[in-house]
Each structure stands twice: as structure tokens, then as C-alpha cells.
Design a protein around this ligand. Structure first.
Ligand SMILES: Nc1ncnc2c1ncn2[C@@H]1O[C@H](COP(=O)(O)OP(=O)(O)OP(=O)(O)O)[C@@H](O)[C@H]1O
Ligand SMILES: [Mg+2]
Length: 147
């Protein structure tokens, strides 16, 4: 990733109160960047699911919030980091409806559908990092072809 970094903040994820704070801070950052209300809500929903996974499955951790600027567009990148058990079978974990413990099994797969970029990095026994990024629309590209 070569996107220039504008600012970054690290928020702990260790309790339900932290989850509420993370949701609030993501909403504030997305709104500040000029994301549409729909885009804000999608990102906050994804962040909420991922933060809950960090807490419940990862045993707690933190989220790194980074504002990016690629010249024409600005972006918000959220990395959810834990040093918990990791995910042994990522494909299975990403499957709609799969849960290892009484959830709906829609958090990971749903979060992926709600954001523009999604990466999952995990090592069994070492932990999990899920990173999502959304961008503002930026400068519209010139129309081509159509009369
Ligand atoms: N940070 C994590 N560390 C370890 N395992 C994880 C982590 N995040 C997800 N998983 C595994 O992936 C599975 C699927 O996650 P997902 O969020 O889709 O469902 P869930 O958390 O079980 O239920 P819910 O629909 O309530 O989120 C989890 O049940 C868990 O086994
Ligand atoms: Mg979940």
C-alpha cells in the first residue's frame, strides 16, 4: 500500500463501552471526510461487526484508524488487530452463516460486502488483523463514448 497517510489514531477494544466509542469515532471520521450517509452507515456497521469479533473471538485488541489521501480522493482505513487464537480456516469463517459459537455467522462476510476494500490476515495462535478501507468519490472521471 502506497497511499499517503494523513493522520492516524489507535482506539482500544476491550469492552462493550469501547465498541460504542469505536462506532462513534468511525461515524465522526467518515462524516468529516464527506462520505454519504449511506456510506457512513455501511462503514460503521462493518466496523461494529469487526470490533465485536476483535472483542469476542480475539479476546480484545485495538483498531487503528487512518485517514488517507491519494491525491484525488480521501479514504478511511480501519485495521482491527488482536493477538487471540487466530482463524484456522479463513474460507470457512468467511462463509455466510458459519459461526464457531452461537452467533449468526454474518459478521465477517457481511462486513466484506459493506466496504470497498477488505483484507484478512491471520495466524493460528498469533492473532488476526482485518483491514477495511473506503474512499470518497473524488473527481469524477470524464465520460467516454456516449454521445
Ligand atoms: N478476530 C477473530 N479471531 C478469531 N476468530 C475469529 C475472529 N473473527 C472471526 N472469527 C471466527 O470467524 C467466525 C465467523 O465470524 P462472524 O463474525 O462472521 O460470525 P460470528 O461472530 O460467529 O457471529 P455474528 O454473526 O454474531 O458476527 C467466528 O465464529 C469465529 O470463529
Ligand atoms: Mg462476528
Amino acid at each position: 500500500m502506497h497511499d499517503p497517510l494523513v493522520s492516524t489514531a489507535r482506539l482500544p477494544i476491550g469492552s462493550d463501552a469501547d465498541l460504542a466509542w469505536v462506532r462513534q469515532q468511525v461515524r465522526k471520521a467518515a462524516s468529516g471526510l464527506g462520505f454519504s450517509l449511506v456510506q457512513q452507515t455501511k462503514l460503521v456497521t462493518a466496523a461494529s461487526e469487526l470490533a465485536r469479533n476483535t472483542l469476542v473471538h480475539g479476546g480484545g485488541g485495538h483498531v487503528e484508524m487512518t485517514v488517507l489521501d491519494d491525491g484525488g480522493r480521501r479514504g478511511l482505513r480501519l485495521s482491527f488487530v488482536d493477538t487471540g487464537p487466530g482463524i484456522r480456516d479463513v474460507e470457512l469463517a468467511m462463509t455466510d452463516g458459519y459461526t464457531s459459537g452461537g452467533g449468526l455467522g454474518l459478521g465477517l462476510s457481511g462486513a466484506k460486502r459493506l466496504v470497498q476494500e477488505f483484507t484478512l490476515d491471520t495466524r493460528p495462535g498469533e492473532g488476526t488483523t482485518v483491514t477495511v478501507t473506503d474512499w470518497t468519490c473524488g473527481v469524477p472521471s470524464p465520460r467516454t463514448g456516449a454521445p
